[in-house]
Ligand binder design. Structure first.
Ligand SMILES: [Zn+2]
Length: 256
C-alpha cells in the first residue's frame, strides 16, 4: 500500500513540476548575455558554514543558505544541522539566509492553512536571526512544489527554487526556479564543471544546490576539494558568482 502511495506521490510531483514550469505565471526575465552562478545550500548542515561558506568567502563571493527552523542543531547520521549562532554568523558574513519551511515537510502534503502557519513560523525564526524588510527567497523541501499553493509562494517570496537539473534562461517562473544538484558520487560532483561550460557557451543563471561539505559527505553533499573546484572554475570561466538575492538585483528582477 505504501508503495502505491509513494508512486502516486512521485507522479504527482512530476505533474506539478510540468505545470509549474509551463502554465502562465508572472515571469521574470533571466538575461542570456552573461553567465551567473549561484551556490545554494538546503537544510543547512553545519559543514556548509565551516567549509562551504569559508570557501566562498576565500574567493570573495557569497552564497544562499535555505534554513528550516525546526532542524536547528539536529544530529543525524553523517551530519549535524546548523545552530542559530551559525545562521547568525552566515548573515554577518554577508551570505543570504533563505527560507526552507519551518517543519521541512513536503509542501504539497500541507493544507493551505497549515502551510501558511508553517511559513509564518519560519519567518519569525529567520527574522530573529536577521530582520528582513524584503521578501526572502525560498527553496522547496525535496524540490517538490505545490500547484495548488503556488499563490501562497508567489505572494510570500521573491523566488522559489526546485531541482530539475536545468539552467534558467529567458522568461522563467520565479515560483519554480530550476536547480542543479551537487551530490555523490564524488566523481559525478567533480564532473559538474560541465554545467559551467554549458553556461558559458549559452549564458543564463545556473543555480547549484547541495547540503554538507565534508571529508566524508552524505550522499547529498560533496567534499571541500570538489566544492572549491566548482567555485574557482566558475570564477575562472568569467561567471559572476552571486547569492540568489544579488543575482535578482543584478538583472533587475526583484519583485516587491
Ligand atoms: Zn531540505
Amino acid at each position: 500500500m505504501s508503495e502505491i502511495l509513494n508512486k502516486l506521490d512521485y507522479w504527482s510531483d512530476r505533474i506539478t513540476d510540468r505545470m509549474m514550469r509551463w502554465l502562465p505565471a508572472q515571469l521574470i526575465q533571466v538575461p542570456v548575455a552573461k553567465p551567473i552562478v549561484s551556490f545554494t545550500f538546503d537544510d543547512v548542515p553545519d559543514t556548509a558554514l565551516t567549509n562551504g561558506a569559508r570557501i566562498l568567502e576565500h574567493h570573495g563571493v557569497r552564497g544562499t543558505f535555505y534554513i528550516a527552523g525546526s532542524l536547528e542543531g539536529r544530529r543525524e547520521p553523517g551530519r549535524t544541522l546548523i545552530s542559530r549562532e551559525g545562521c547568525q554568523s552566515l548573515a554577518e558574513q554577508g551570505h543570504e539566509i533563505g527560507c526552507h519551511t519551518f517543519s521541512h515537510t513536503k509542501v504539497s502534503h500541507m493544507g493551505t492553512r497549515t502551510l501558511e502557519a508553517d511559513l509564518q513560523q519560519n519567518k519569525g525564526y529567520l527574522d530573529a536571526i536577521e530582520m528582513q524588510d524584503k521578501k526572502r527567497n525560498f527553496a522547496y523541501p525535496y524540490n517538490a512544489g505545490s500547484f495548488w499553493a503556488r499563490r501562497v509562494f508567489a505572494n510570500r517570496f521573491q523566488t522559489c527554487r526546485a531541482g530539475g537539473e536545468r539552467i534558467n534562461r529567458g522568461a522563467v517562473n520565479p515560483v519554480f526556479l530550476s536547480g542543479v544538484e551537487i551530490r555523490q558520487p564524488e566523481a559525478h560532483a567533480q564532473g559538474l564543471t560541465a554545467w559551467i561550460d554549458t553556461l558559458v557557451a549559452e549564458p543564463g543563471w545556473l543555480i547549484f544546490f547541495t547540503h554538507d561539505i565534508a571529508p566524508q559527505p552524505t550522499e547529498f553533499g560533496c567534499t571541500a576539494d570538489t566544492f572549491e573546484k566548482l567555485v574557482s572554475y566558475s570564477l575562472a570561466q568569467g561567471c559572476s558568482v552571486l547569492p540568489v538575492r544579488d543575482a535578482l538585483a543584478e538583472f533587475g528582477a526583484e519583485r516587491l
